[in-house]
Design a protein around this ligand. Structure first.
Ligand code: PTJ
Length: 235
């Protein structure tokens, strides 16, 4: 990996790009496009955690703490950018981690499982023996003791179809998505409109401190994020 100079004003952003490019064997090519879209929205948010996102993180904290069987679903981008942050979240919450891919190949599932093992997490996903109903492609594959049995699923950087299918299965769905207008953002029960590596440590901290909130309305939260962006643009 070619590390950007630490004093570069866009160090964090360049490092994230390097991580994704460096992990090109396990990150889908489409993942680079998804990342670019995320970057654009992050500019609009001022590359900081806005107050509505903070509420969503606290609501996610409550949902995960109240879950019997929470599962964190990870894909190529999530592991390449935030394997350690996911490991910490799994540790403080007791949630299982499952590799669940949109562009699924056995090689990618194995590679991502190995990367999670490298940060101390035994991720599920290789022995997918269950299906998410209503999805006709490879992305339906999941594990019966993972996503199949979960009551609360955290699905960062998710696509709309699978998010909708998980909601239809009766699961409580939390997503992390910088695009407040995406179908995923609108379909999930709790949408954290924030950058993945920025909000995961906050979520882990809140879980450790049991610092959640009970009252949360996702539609209102998304409206608040859009108002926040609009106010920033106007000023
Ligand atoms: O690894 P795979 O095969 O499962 O594929 C993963 C991707 C990301 C390619 C797949 O899930 C996909 O195509 O996702 P979408 O539909 O492009 O949605 C990804 C969403 O994540 C977009 O709305 C982006 O704005 C958002 N996003 C991208 N990078 C970040 C992000 N949100 C938070 N933090 C980021 N770093």
């Amino acid at each position: 990996m070619v590390l950007p100079p630490k004093d570069h004003p866009r160090y964090k952003s360049l490092l994230a790009r390097e991580k994704l490019v460096d992990a090109s064997d396990i990150v889908a090519k489409q993942g680079l496009i998804a990342h670019g879209r995320g970057e654009a929205f992050d500019y609009l948010l001022g590359e900081q955690t806005c107050l509505p996102a903070l509420s969503a993180i606290k609501a996610a904290c409550t949902a995960i703490l109240s879950a019997k069987n929470p599962v964190i679903s990870v894909n190529g981008n999530v592991v390449a950018l935030a394997a350690r942050e996911i490991a910490r979240l799994a540790e403080v919450s007791g949630a299982k981690v499952e590799v669940n891919l949109f562009h699924r190949t056995p090689e990618r599932v194995t590679g991502l499982t190995k990367m999670m093992k490298g940060v101390g997490v035994d991720a599920l996903g290789e022995n997918a023996d269950d299906l998410i109903p209503g999805l006709s492609s490879e992305r339906a594959k999941c594990c019966s003791d993972g996503i199949g049995a979960a009551d609360v699923v955290l699905v960062p950087l998710e696509d709309g179809d699978r998010c909708e299918a998980l909601v239809k299965m009766g699961k409580k769905v939390i997503t992390i998505d910088l695009n407040p207008l995406s179908r995923t953002a609108e379909t999930a029960h709790i949408t954290i409109v924030d950058e993945l590596t920025r909000c995961l440590p906050l979520l882990s901290d809140f879980i450790k401190e049991k610092n959640g909130i009970d009252s949360f309305d996702n539609k209102e939260c998304l409206r608040d994020v859009l108002n926040y962006i609009s106010d920033r643009l106007k000023s």
